[in-house]
Design a protein around this ligand. Structure first.
Ligand code: PHE
Ligand code: ZN
Length: 876
């Protein structure tokens, strides 16, 4: 906790480390309240750091120090300085061995950073700056060292794991046991990991392209051992994919994955020993939904891919976080696209970016994908660094083409293997391998905010010349007023009146990637016989907003004719946004609401179109969420958004009731569960039909839901039915379903989380009183981030209606939770506060009420660095 205002760290202040650590030997004696840590460090002066012998500084937080020894000689406490943030030790030689003995308290560690206990299992989380909560160390990613680790523990913890290969094990005289691990690859401390527990595992083997056999193990508590198959399959797919697409082979003889219930994030790529949030690795058809299966595949891939993009080549400092995260998200997205439906994956990712990252880019914490400064680095594990960072890498891929990009990545890995580098090094490798100049492109790394492209066009009938006029601009963001033009790859095509693509160059291509580099640019196309219809930003080729004044007819035309699947969906979104805006205005003016009849006709056609991929039909049927409508609003009128969307869904469901029934029945086929793209798509569309049917609240529809609830053979169908009953059933039926479901699944942590989330997200059931009651339920635990995300996060991020209650009670509730959580887990608290930081975007009284709640957090006494940074920046 902070007693003074936290310091800001600046990228411009980066200096190379004074000292390097060649070897790190760790020795742990695990005990819940007092764990002994003995560290032996082989240290030398960094030749790149200049002359002289400055004092050695070691980071350390919440540690009990017992002794320090330098080259075998014990130092007395006057020989060094113990500061709040670590140890400063005067040094007389350029090379020496330092030994430290300290202790820590894993049981009391509720921050889930450093070494902590989850249920009865010990585990660590060191990224970004958690290693300093284990022992004194130069805890920065540009200090890379070879680690050996010995773990001593009682018989209650038979499985003792760390990075690398096991090189020894045995029994101590007192009955305890030990295991020693050695990791041959030098690594920064943030990639260190230790696990100890009573765990079981499943095992498999992967043979690499060059024929090396790698042992694969997934560890979990005994009760979950049946839930590891999907992760294992995903892991093998990821290993193969990285060989085929990037030429990257795995480099150790063993790869381990461990599932833990208490985890701040999704998963962690520790060398050879990935640690996963249970929710991101455990699945079975009976207990996990399709989206959980897909999430697991992509996260297992993501962490595995980090072995090269993150571990073999790591970050010089935390400002470079997007170097590993943006690149790795791009890699996992392509992996998922190759294994499943490419178009659907893209639609999902773009939806996330547009609703949540765009909101971040327009809010008080907006930052470039490579930030210039931070108070607490944990606050910068953001959608901007991850998702926008991945879009930036994707743009390089688009500009260079797949082969050029591969040449660039090969050069990057070859040049920087074993090093800690920067985003600049990544871009330079791409340039050098392709002889291109990405000078202007680099602005994507330094400028925040979502660029806007205003597009107009002209057609001259007499000459057959068509012009696209593109103007780019970028809104002001904190600390960045004036923006320079971005280099934007703009994929586009032109459609003729039959819906065919027009040839745009001599080679006859019907799609071009235009390169936008100026604030205003005109692109000319010759020899056209009629005015074409432009299809813009195909595949979402850049993370920007495109404004072009399409008519409803034009959007309908694109929806049925565009050769780019993504843009067909995008046209439907533009269409739906227009309709919803009309409804919002009518509501604000007190007029009666009417959903545009064209939209109903269009949706009927789509719903009945059997040629279309059901996955695409499903994506179109889902109207834009309240949050994405809010993101598009200049000033958010929450009540009008809820009214407009509720009305649109009701009107659609009433108008399409027969078609919905028909498609539901047709898709409701029994078959053994498999999480393949086709089956997932069909289940998705079926369950969207069910939901729409239930929106009418007719007895028929609810019977269907009840019937599906009673007979579902997998969690996807079961959860969808539960959701329908919760949201649209009468209280008695809803209540009954909630109880039945809980009774059936109360022993299963993952299903219980889903059960909590469904209630918290429900506009009908997730009232503040019910949320408070849920927090008293035995299934809830404030110290478990997944439960907090399910209930408090579900309410604040996914229950638009109840959270935005006009009396401001939703905001006050979130403020209370932030204050309570900050004492337990600052990282989680600082995420929970986000929904009440964007008060400036709200209209009317909500803005003031939200700000008041935020001010209350700000004045609630000592805040962690994490929460202090977010709150203070949001009150500026
Ligand atoms: N590096 C992890 C990932 O994205 C995320 C993470 C960050 C996990 C910090 C824990 C703590 O793969
Ligand atoms: Zn990552």
């Amino acid at each position: 906790m902070q007693d003074t205002q936290p310091n800001t760290t600046y990228l411009k202040d980066y200096r190379v480390p004074d000292y390097l650590v060649d070897n790190t030997d760790l020795h742990f004696e695990l005990e819940a309240k007092v764990t002994q840590v003995r560290t032996r460090l082989k240290i030398r002066r960094n030749p790149k750091a200049g002359d002289g012998l400055p004092p050695l500084f070691l980071d350390g937080v919440d540690l009990q120090l017992f002794s320090v020894t330098l080259d075998g000689i014990a130092l007395s406490s006057t020989d060094y300085q113990e500061l709040p943030q670590g140890l400063s030790i005067p040094v007389e030689k350029p090379e020496f061995v330092l030994e430290i003995h300290n202790s820590i308290n894993p049981e009391e560690n509720t921050s889930l950073e450093g070494l902590y206990l989850s249920n009865k299992m010990y585990c660590t989380q060191c990224e970004a700056e958690g290693f300093r909560k284990i022992t004194f160390y130069p805890d920065r990613p540009d200090v890379m060292s070879k680690f050996t680790t010995t773990i001593v523990a009682s018989k209650d913890h038979p499985v003792l794991l760390s990075n690398g290969n096991e090189i020894g094990r045995g029994h101590c005289e007192d009955g305890r046991q030990f295991v020693t691990w050695e990791d041959p690859f030098p690594k920064p401390a943030y990639l260190f990991a230790l696990v100890a527990g009573n765990l079981e595992h499943v095992e498999d083997v992967f043979t690499t392209a060059r024929g090396r056999k790698v042992k694969l193990q997934i560890f979990t508590e005994a009760k979950n051992i049946g839930k590891c198959d999907h992760a294992m399959r995903s892991l093998k797919n990821a290993m193969r994919w990285d060989e085929e697409v990037y030429g990257r082979e795995y480099d150790l003889d063993i790869f381990m994955v461990v599932a833990v219930d208490h985890f701040n994030m999704g998963a962690m790529e520790n060398k050879g020993l990935n640690i996963f949030n249970s929710a991101c690795v455990l699945a079975s058809p009976e207990t996990a939904t399709d989206s959980a299966f897909q999430r697991i595949e992509s996260i297992v891939g993501h962490e595995y891919f980090h072995n090269w993009s993150g571990n073999r080549v790591t970050c010089r400092d935390w400002f470079q976080l997007s170097l590993k995260e943006g690149f790795t998200v791009f890699r996992d997205a392509e992996f998922s696209a190759d294994l499943n439906s490419r178009a659907v994956k893209r639609i999902e990712d773009v939806t996330l970016l547009r609703t949540n990252q765009f909101a971040e880019d327009a809010g008080p914490m907006a930052h470039p994908i490579r930030p210039d400064s931070y108070m607490e680095i944990s606050n910068f594990y953001t959608l901007t660094v991850y998702e926008k960072g991945a879009e930036v890498v994707r743009m390089i891929h688009t500009l260079l083409g797949a082969d050029g990009f591969r040449k660039g990545s090969d050069l990057y890995f070859e040049r920087h293997d074993g090093c800690a580098v920067t985003c600049e090094d990544f871009v330079r490798a791409m340039e050098d391998a392709n002889q291109v100049d990405l000078t202007q492109f680099r602005r994507w790394y330094s400028q925040a905010g979502t660029p806007v492209l205003d597009v107009t066009d002209q057609f001259d009938e007499s000459t057959g010349v068509y012009r696209l006029i593109v103007r780019q601009s970028c809104p002001v963001t904190p600390e960045q007023k004036d923006k320079l033009p971005f280099h934007i790859p703009f994929a586009m095509g032109l459609l003729d009146s039959t819906g065919s693509g027009i040839a745009l160059d001599k080679a006859g291509s019907t799609q071009l990637v235009l390169e936008i580099t100026e604030s205003e640019q005109v692109f000319e196309f010759n020899g056209l016989r009629e005015r074409p219809l432009p299809s813009l930003l195909r595949g979402f080729s850049a993370p920007v907003k495109v404004r072009y004044d399409y008519s409803l007819e034009q959007l309908l035309f694109l929806m049925s004719h565009d050769s780019d699947t993504f843009n067909r969906w995008d046209a439907s979104q533009r269409f739906a946004f227009k309709a919803m805006n009309q409804l919002q205005s009518a509501y604000q003016e007190g007029l009666s609401l009417e959903l545009s009849p064209e939209l109903i006709v269009a949706y009927r056609n789509i719903l009945l179109n059997k040629e279309l991929d059901p996955a695409l039909v499903a994506e179109i049927m889902l109207l834009p969420s309240e949050h994405s409508i809010a993101e598009e609003s200049v000033s958010i009128d929450a009540e009008a958004i809820v009214a407009a969307r509720t009305f649109a869904r009701k009107s659609l469901s009433c108008a399409l009731i027969d078609e919905l029934k028909e498609r539901y029945a047709e898709l409701d086929i029994e078959r053994p569960y498999s999480p393949n793209a086709k089956d997932i798509a069909e289940r998705r569309l079926k369950n969207i039909c069910l939901e729409y049917l239930c929106v009418t609240e007719s007895a028929d529809a609810l019977d269907l839901a009840q019937c599906q609830f009673d007979s579902a053979g997998n969690m996807t169908d079961s959860a969808a039915a539960l959701s329908a009953l919760i949201n649209y059933g009468n209280d008695q039926y809803a209540e009954q379903a909630i109880h039945q479901f809980y009774d059936r699944w109360k022993e299963d942590t993952q299903v219980t989380e889903l059960w909590l989330a469904q209630q918290a997200c429900s506009a009908k059931r997730g009232t503040l009183n019910n949320i408070k009651a849920l927090m008293q339920h035995p299934a809830f635990e404030l110290k478990n981030p997944n439960k907090v995300r399910a209930v408090i996060g579900g309410f604040a991020n996914r229950n638009f209606q109840q959270f935005h209650k006009n009396d401001g009670s939703g905001f006050e509730f979130v403020a209370d939770q932030v204050i309570a959580l900050d004492k337990l887990n600052p990282q989680v608290a600082s995420r929970v506060v986000i929904p009440i930081t964007r008060w400036k975007k709200y209209s009317g009284e909500l803005a003031g009420k939200m700000k008041a709640a935020l001010l209350r957090v700000s004045n609630s006494g000592e805040l962690s660095k994490d929460v202090y940074e977010v709150v203070s920046k949001s009150l500026v």
